[in-house]
Ligand binder design. Structure first.
Ligand SMILES: Nc1ncnc2c1ncn2[C@@H]1O[C@H](COP(=O)(O)OP(=O)(O)OP(=O)(O)O)[C@@H](O)[C@H]1O
Ligand SMILES: [Mg+2]
Length: 297
């Protein structure tokens, strides 16, 4: 049985309710220790693109990510799964310093991109966020034309020396995002006029246009219908040839279809990481098993 089949056996599984007062998941027994450093499985890889060590995140007093250490490989799709509120988005946003925009948020530990400490004093977040691009849950095209949505990043990063070079980047990015056929004859029309699935592919094209190394996706399909979702999943399968992709998803079939490795988070701790097939067919930690099978307790 492969991972997708294993997941398909889980019918409409309800997601566990995290009781933040008690710090427990209903029926799942005691929460992991606050100082949980013992991620089960294979969180580390040889020659990683990103390296995260002892990452802790606080929102004021709230300890949202606890001692998370993981590597992210070159050209892999890493899926991050776990109950609502377990810290998936928080951890994802650490990877391109998007949490810097939250006043109360404090991040400690080390996160390296190709050996560069992205929290280093001299690091400028603007080029960092081009190298580590982000696609959000709700497609958020700029209120500009389709062309200008894509051209915006290359312009501010000075990636094109001439109009024809910029045209080439726009065309290429839209082709890679599988949108060129649908929009090539209306590039001057507003990006916001596209369908939801097209808008999400436009946002992916926008991220690609600045030649990122890593693309972060936070539930990129949750606002899309099944057909648009399938298109975006096909796109992820193609993009992984060239990019490293980290995707947060509540849809376990999706995690099984698109990712090579899966990381399971629980109450801010990274419980288990491993090849997606193994995580879904033979999880090693009871909390992972309880979550993916829909059994709690
Ligand atoms: N801006 C913020 N200020 C304060 N607390 C926050 C903030 N953002 C997130 N949190 C808290 O941090 C914890 C982790 O939240 P996060 O959004 O990362 O979870 P998640 O796993 O992405 O959940 P979901 O699956 O519902 O999107 C939660 O307890 C949440 O309430
Ligand atoms: Mg989230």
């Amino acid at each position: 049985m492969d991972a997708a089949q294993a997941v398909l056996k889980i019918s409409d599984m309800p997601f566990p309710a995290v009781d933040e007062q008690q710090g427990t998941v209903e029926g799942a027994g005691p929460a992991p220790r606050a100082d949980n450093r013992d991620t089960v499985g294979e969180p580390f890889v040889e020659d990683p693109r990103m390296t995260c060590r002892d990452v802790n995140v606080y929102y004021g007093e709230k300890h949202a990510i606890r001692d998370v250490s993981i590597d992210i490989a070159h050209n892999e799709v890493l899926a991050m799964i776990g109950p609502s509120g377990c810290g998936k988005s928080t951890f994802l946003r650490c990877l391109n310093r998007m949490n810097d925009t939250v006043d109360t948020c404090r991040v400690s530990g080390r996160i390296l991109l190709d050996g560069l400490d992205i929290y280093g004093r001299l690091v400028d977040v603007v080029p960092l966020r081009a190298r580590v691009g982000m696609v959000f849950q709700k497609p958020n095209p700029f209120p500009k034309s389709i062309y200008d949505n894509i051209a915006y990043g290359p312009r501010i990063h000075g990636l094109a020396e001439s109009r024809s070079e910029l045209d080439g980047i726009v065309e290429n990015s839209l082709k890679k995002a599988g949108l060129w056929q649908e929009v090539h004859d209306r590039l001057d029309q507003p990006g916001t006029g596209l369908s939801g699935g097209q808008q999400q592919r436009l946002c992916i094209a926008r991220a690609i246009a600045v030649q990122p190394e890593v693309i972060l996706m936070d539930e990129p399909c949750s606002a899309l219908d099944p057909i648009a979702t399938a298109t975006v999943e096909d796109l992820i399968a193609e993009l992984r040839e060239q990019y490293t992709i980290v995707i947060v998803t509540h849809n376990m079939q999706q995690a099984a279809r698109v990712s090579r490795r899966t990381a399971y988070f629980h109450l801010g701790a990274l419980i288990e990481v491993g090849p997606t097939d193994r995580i879904f067919t033979n999880p090693r930690h009871r909390l992972t098993e309880d979550y993916i099978t829909g059994r709690f307790g």
